[in-house]
Design a protein around this ligand. Structure first.
Ligand SMILES: Cc1cc2nc3c(=O)[nH]c(=O)nc-3n(C[C@H](O)[C@H](O)[C@H](O)COP(=O)(O)OP(=O)(O)OC[C@H]3O[C@@H](n4cnc5c(N)ncnc54)[C@H](O)[C@@H]3O)c2cc1C
Length: 551
């Protein structure tokens, strides 16, 4: 590795905050374009050998995720009520706080958005009580960058297998992963109902790819780091390639807490704490925020000043607003024979027949369905579907059914509502004395109706596949997931958006924001492919501006 280091006092071209899905891409693209880059990441850096198959550590003890012990959050479903603090367990906004961000431990379902995801407002009209809007860019503009994600990050899949897939300029670079029992059964049930299941596109190498191993099917995928390096995390793809340029320093365990501005209203760099909680200031010509849909708005709101009293880049008042999560409705199904689902990747087949909004249904929304094992054994033991007893005969039966069961999940749309937000909790402070995240969230009635509809279709597929029993969870109005979206939305109008079509903040010319917060609509689940395509596109334009001295 040819990584270099910079002194804080040295002005680098770009300070990139956050090394996850978007930040890793931004750092690689900008350093490959010839710029000096410091990539600041709050969490530590793991080597492949450091990842463990330890369910308790990873699901209950925050080994990879943000921790409520040092960084509590609060939650309320209604802007008028007091938020309840969370200091342990999974936080309302949770993500992997390590180099590589949530791409380190995610499931790696990698769906492109469809053409209509970008202009649904024009197609369907306004939806009362929401900020439902078109994107300032089209699918066609993003397509070359989706293809870059396929080939440079590494996606396995089968082009043309899905009848309603959007157009693509190249096939996938790798064949799909081998089908599992859950995939065979989803496919069987869906075909019986006249639907069109197809191999799931996954950001996991199915064969050796660009110096990385193909998947070894260990079964520790969702929620775990990948010790074989087959998961196409930025930890293994973009970040080493950024360092190899000799122009990018990855500074891990570096918590950025403020982005200051000068008298001209331009950002000058970032204030951060190192692992020993010492304060530093890294000078930079421009700053890129890629800290995710919860932490980016928190940082902007915490960077208020006399000139920017509502927080940085927030003249619209929309920083932190329009939070979207994607609804997530699981259905358990028990079959007669062992499925051995605990092996290999989570998902191998999906169904996109219900992707589009159908106005005849009477609500906005659509989604996709996959089948998987879902929880590992300890989570299976406590994660009970609706109406199932947690004791006695019925509970024992649930435990015994583990190896004969699968979980199919309906992933759906979330509407952008201004009242759903990330804001600063007025009371909570973290272990560094910084203000904490307060989440205000309630699903729109259309989101709930859509999740119920998709869960019912999912149950029908499983029954058609021969399930002995199926069981659903409650589709409530608080179906939050780890998809943190929409809180600094893109748009052409500075009054209704935070960044422009090139991810430049409307208010601060040398501040760029690119991550889950940039999304205008939620898509149908699996937003990360789009987040990374946006990052490739943003980096191309930001690099162009920087070469022309226009930042
Ligand atoms: C268990 C799980 C499974 C998932 N499965 C899927 C899936 O199958 N498909 C899919 O599309 N998506 C999935 N996701 C969501 C996906 O991981 C995220 O959408 C994606 O990683 C978001 O990218 P990002 O660049 O916005 O932020 P992140 O990847 O979260 O990266 C942000 C980085 O910024 C760092 N950071 C935050 N604040 C600061 C600060 N102040 N200073 C320095 N660094 C900071 C964080 O530590 C983090 O590393 C999953 C998420 C989880 C948690």
């Amino acid at each position: 590795m040819n990584a270099r280091t910079y002194r804080d006092s040295e002005e680098v071209d770009f300070a990139v905050v956050g090394s996850g899905a978007a930040g890793g891409v931004m750092a690689r693209e900008l350093s490959q374009a010839g710029f000096s880059v410091v990539l600041l990441e709050r969490g530590p850096r793991f080597t492949p050998a450091m990842f463990e198959h330890d369910e308790l550590k990873y699901f209950f003890l925050d080994a990879l995720t943000n921790s409520g012990k040092t960084s509590p959050q609060s939650f309320r479903s209604d802007p008028a009520s007091e938020a309840k603090p969370f200091t342990e367990g999974l936080m309302p906004a949770f993500y992997a706080q390590v180099v590589g961000g949530s791409t380190t431990h995610f499931t790696a379902n990698f769906w492109r958005f469809h053409e209509n995801d970008f202009n649904e407002r024009s197609l369907l009209g306004p939806i009362e009580g929401t900020g439902f809007a078109d994107w300032p860019i089209s699918y066609a503009e993003l397509e070359p960058y989706y293809t870059k994600v396929d080939w440079e990050i590494g996606v396995s899949g089968l082009a043309g297998a899905c009848p309603n897939d959007p157009p693509r300029s190249r096939p996938y670079p790798m064949p799909p992963l081998p089908v599992k029992s859950s995939g065979v059964l989803l496919e069987r049930g869906a075909r019986k109902l006249g639907l069109h299941p197809f191999p799931a596109p996954m950001a996991i190498a199915s064969i050796p790819y660009r110096g990385r191993s193909g998947c070894i099917h260990c079964g520790f995928c969702m929620g775990y780091g990948c010790e074989s390096m087959a998961k196409s995390s930025t930890l293994y793809t973009m970040i080493p390639e950024a360092e190899a340029t000799g122009r990018c320093e990855v500074r891990d365990s570096s918590y950025v807490f403020r982005v200051p501005t000068n008298a001209a209203g331009r950002v000058t760099g970032v204030h951060y704490f190192d692992a020993q909680r010492r304060e530093h200031f890294q000078r930079a010509r421009a700053v890129v925020l890629s800290a995710n849909g919860a932490e980016t708005p928190r940082l902007l709101l915490a960077s208020d000043s006399a000139r920017f009293p509502q927080g940085l880049a927030n003249s619209s008042g929309l920083v932190g607003r329009h939070l979207m999560f994607n609804t997530y409705a699981p259905v358990h199904a028990e079959f007669e024979h062992p499925l051995n689902e605990y092996k290999s990747v989570q998902v191998t087949r999906i169904v996109h027949d219900f992707y589009d909004t159908d106005p005849k249904r009477g609500w906005y929304g659509g989604g996709g369905i996959d089948a998987r094992i879902g929880p590992a054994p300890a989570v299976w033991a406590i994660d009970m579907p609706l109406g199932q007893a947690r004791w006695g005969h019925e509970y024992k039966r649930h435990l015994k059914a583990f190896n004969r069961s699968l979980v199919a999940v309906a992933h759906g749309t979330s509407l952008p509502q201004e009242s759903n937000s990330v804001s600063l909790d007025p009371r909570l402070r973290d272990a560094w004395g910084q203000p904490c995240i307060r989440i205000t969230y309630r699903d729109h009635a259309d989101d709930v109706a859509n999740a119920r509809f998709l869960a019912a279709r999912t149950e029908e597929i499983l029954q058609a596949a021969g399930a002995l029993r199926t069981a659903r969870f409650a589709e409530t109005e608080n179906m939050y997931s780890p998809h943190l979206l929409g809180t600094c939305r893109m748009g052409n109008d500075p009054a209704t958006s935070v960044v422009d079509r090139y991810h430049r903040s409307h208010d601060v010319p040398n501040l760029f924001i690119c991550d889950g917060s940039s999304l205008v609509s939620s898509g149908r689940g699996q937003p990360t492919m789009t987040i990374q395509a946006l990052a490739f596109r943003a980096a191309a334009h930001v690099g162009r501006f920087a070469h022309a001295n226009a930042i």
